[in-house]
Write a protein that binds this ligand. Structure first.
Ligand SMILES: *Cc1c(COP(=O)(O)O)cnc(C)c1O
Length: 388
């Protein structure tokens, strides 16, 4: 095989292309009718009452923190096994970031570690204002348990569900915010559905939705009912806080809406491919992420776990796959091991489960257009490598 097989890629249909072209012929390239329509469709799909679309999940995480009042001196906790954006959002607000170690079986934030860390933080008077669990690879964290701890210790929850649109927890869609204040999705091309760049923040709390909308667009308010002093005239608007330009374009919304039509098919196909991998590896030394009975994963990633906790073997398998045209990836380098985070005082050894996970995990190709021949090639190549 001489074609390169990536770990993930988008699926673009002729309907998607037509939807985007239609916008180009229309009056609005931005701030038109499609962004609110996309928001409504995602909110409806997820059974949440409100959704605010932005230009990336990174922006959504930032304004989610701001909407929850995160500021200097506040503490925010997330998982070390995530993309850096899950932690950076707290730093954008001037807050302190810290991490909760993972459960090595699922790669998600460990509830035991969280409970333990909260009990200590309470004694030291440094409880978090916000905790950001990350639904790794598309499998929901144990949100009910996290929500119980949130009640006990009085913190807010932002779900980083960048991997998990289309996933379910306790038979209900991830994004319903039943156990969180805000839930964030990413529409980057490698994720489940794409708007090229794009993200969304969902909530059931009108006040948070209002803040999210305001921060998305310069801190400006245009609805007369929200003005703090009488309007000067029909042109009037007020800047009430310091916001950003994090708006999504109509082109992005059109693509997102069109992609949503295939969301369930994408997730079903990802689950089917995952099952084939599960079966192929079931009698080998390879493990995959443990799937909790209460979850239905969107399978953004298929992660294999090597039985060796050895950087050399990990690197060797990764490199050999590349040589054979299989572009796997590692999700993720633990955030606290990044040079920037080491400057903040974190160091190797701080979160041993995350570090162990990093040394034996590889994400192998999984996306709706992966053919069964390609998948078989990945399986055969991997099993042959393991034999050596
Ligand atoms: C992709 C991703 C993000 C950032 O998403 P963007 O839309 O690219 O900003 C944040 N968190 C996680 C877990 C991600 O995978």
């Amino acid at each position: 095989m001489n074609k390169v097989i990536p770990y993930g890629r988008q699926n673009i249909s002729s309907d998607d292309i037509e939807a985007v072209i239609e916008v180009l012929h229309s009056d609005y390239l931005t701030q038109g009718p499609l962004v609110p329509k996309f928001e409504q469709k995602v909110a409806q799909y997820c059974q949440a009452s409100m959704a605010v679309a932005v230009n990336s999940a990174t922006s959504a995480l930032h304004i989610a923190c701001l909407a929850l009042g995160v500021k200097a001196e506040d503490n925010v906790w997330t998982s070390p096994i995530s993309f850096v954006a899950s932690a950076n959002c707290a730093l954008y607000c001037g807050a302190n970031i810290d991490f909760v170690d993972i459960d090595v079986n699922t790669g998600n934030m460990s509830i035991t570690a969280l409970a333990k860390k909260l009990a200590i933080a309470k004694l030291n008077n440094c409880l978090p204002k916000v905790v950001i669990p990350v639904h790794l690879a598309g499998q929901s964290c144990d949100m009910q348990a996290i929500a119980e701890l949130a009640k006990q210790y009085d913190f807010a929850i932002i779900e980083d569900a960048s991997h998990a649109i289309g996933a379910k927890y306790q038979n209900l869609p991830v994004g319903n915010c039943l156990y969180s204040d805000i839930c964030v999705f990413s529409f980057h091309p490698v994720k489940i559905v794409t708007s090229a760049e794009g993200g969304m923040a969902l909530t059931n709390q009108p006040k948070l939705a209002k803040h999210l909308r305001q921060y998305r667009s310069h801190g400006i308010v245009t609805e007369p009912s929200l003005f703090t002093e009488p309007s000067h005239g029909p042109w009037y608007y007020q800047q009430q806080t310091l916001g950003f330009n994090y708006r999504m374009t109509e082109l992005q919304a059109a693509l997102g809406i069109s992609q949503l039509n295939r969301l369930d098919d994408f997730v079903a196909k990802r689950n089917e491919l995952a099952k084939t991998y599960d079966q192929a590896f079931s009698k080998t030394v390879l493990d995959s992420l443990y799937q909790n009975i209460e979850t239905y994963s969107s399978y953004h990633l298929y992660v294999i776990q090597l039985p060796y906790n050895c950087a050399n073997i990990h690197k060797k398998i990764f490199t050999s796959l590349r040589e054979k045209g299989i572009f796997s990836q590692v999700h993720y380098i633990p955030i606290h091991m990044q040079p920037y985070y080491q400057q903040l005082g974190f160091s190797f050894g701080d979160f041993p489960n995350a570090e162990q996970y990093y040394l034996n995990s590889i994400s192998i190709p999984l996306y709706p257009d992966l053919t069964s021949q390609e998948q078989q090639y990945v399986i055969d190549t991997l099993l042959a490598l393991l034999e050596n």
